[in-house]
Design a protein around this ligand. Structure first.
Ligand SMILES: [Zn+2]
Length: 303
């Protein structure tokens, strides 16, 4: 019952007019918006309205919060939701986005291989907490939005952690349509994770950022960045992983060519998401938070 009411309220909010000034912000700051077709843009506008209506933004470290910051961050987060028909769940455990002007320093604890714990201060780009907050560096969130093709997007990364956490634990296995889906997910993502670890350990170049080898939760977040920013290469080099993410996100950003990102192109046979995704299980930490260090190393559990 509550879900129905919430969905009706969200449907009303998403139909609000989208200000021209917000469009201008997206055209300036979010390269992905530049390749989207108009129906997808309209859908994104509605999701941005819901996001801004429900989530609180707070500037810290001297940052004055503006529409420019809110809209730019909300748009990137909402790209992950573009393929969802059911908007009953909308980053359900997230209440606030805390934004620093740039990379920030925070206390960190790190488990050493010998079981001891090191404490200190560490520079970070962002972090995602299982309940409550996402923390972001604005300069890095903006840079990630403006560059569509480098495979790095801080907002995609942190909000992938939020989706991962919808199950109650951040472990590289987001909420899937049915219990039986997790086995296939674990098989594909588990194998790809191990493959990345081996490649990183042996110093081989990888399409996915080496940070994804930290643990399965980071692997899912890094794979999400690659999926949206280097989809054609991912489909070519990691077809099973691409298919799982395409099914999970109900999006096909590889589309028909290097430049289309799945917009304005006819659906090609075999590229439409159809299979059901599964999960990585049994190998990951389940603590409630993670943070991204600015040197790409793991701080706590994850970035
Ligand atoms: Zn992370």
């Amino acid at each position: 019952m509550f879900g129905i009411v919430k969905r009706m309220m969200r449907e009303r909010v998403r139909k609000r007019a989208f200000p021209e000034s917000w469009r201008a912000i997206l055209e300036r700051n979010f390269a992905y918006y530049g390749v989207m077709d108009e129906p997808s843009r309209e859908r994104l506008h509605g999701l941005i309205h819901i996001f801004l209506n429900e989530k609180r933004f707070e500037g810290v470290g001297g940052l004055k919060m503006t529409d420019e910051i809110r809209v730019t961050i909300a748009a990137q987060a909402c790209v992950l939701m573009l393929g969802r028909d059911d908007i009953t769940d909308f980053f359900p455990t997230l209440s606030s986005i805390i934004v620093y002007p740039e990379r920030y320093v925070a206390p960190s604890k790190q488990m050493n291989p010998d079981g001891t714990v090191s404490e200190g201060m560490q520079g970070r780009l962002g972090e995602s907490w299982l309940r409550g907050n996402v923390v972001l560096s604005w300069s890095d969130a903006l840079a990630g939005g403006q560059d569509l093709r480098d495979g790095k997007n801080l907002v995609f990364h942190e909000f992938a952690h939020q989706l991962d956490g919808e199950t109650g634990a951040v472990q590289g296995a987001p909420k899937l349509p049915a219990h039986k889906c997790y086995q296939a997910w674990a098989s594909v993502l588990g194998s790809e994770f191990q493959q990345l670890r081996r490649a990183v350990q042996s110093g081989r170049p990888t399409l996915l950022n080496a940070y994804g080898a930290t643990n399965p939760a980071e692997f899912f977040a890094v794979a999400t960045e690659t999926f949206f920013e280097k989809p054609v290469a991912m489909r070519r080099e990691h077809p099973e992983l691409y298919a799982k993410l395409a099914a999970y996100y109900s999006q096909d950003p590889a589309g028909c060519c290097d430049d289309c990102y799945g917009f304005n192109c006819p659906p090609a046979p075999g590229t439409t998401p159809g299979s059901v995704p599964g999960s990585i299980t049994g190998t990951t930490p389940t603590s409630g938070s993670g943070s991204e260090s600015d040197d790409g190393t793991s701080v706590a559990a994850r970035r």
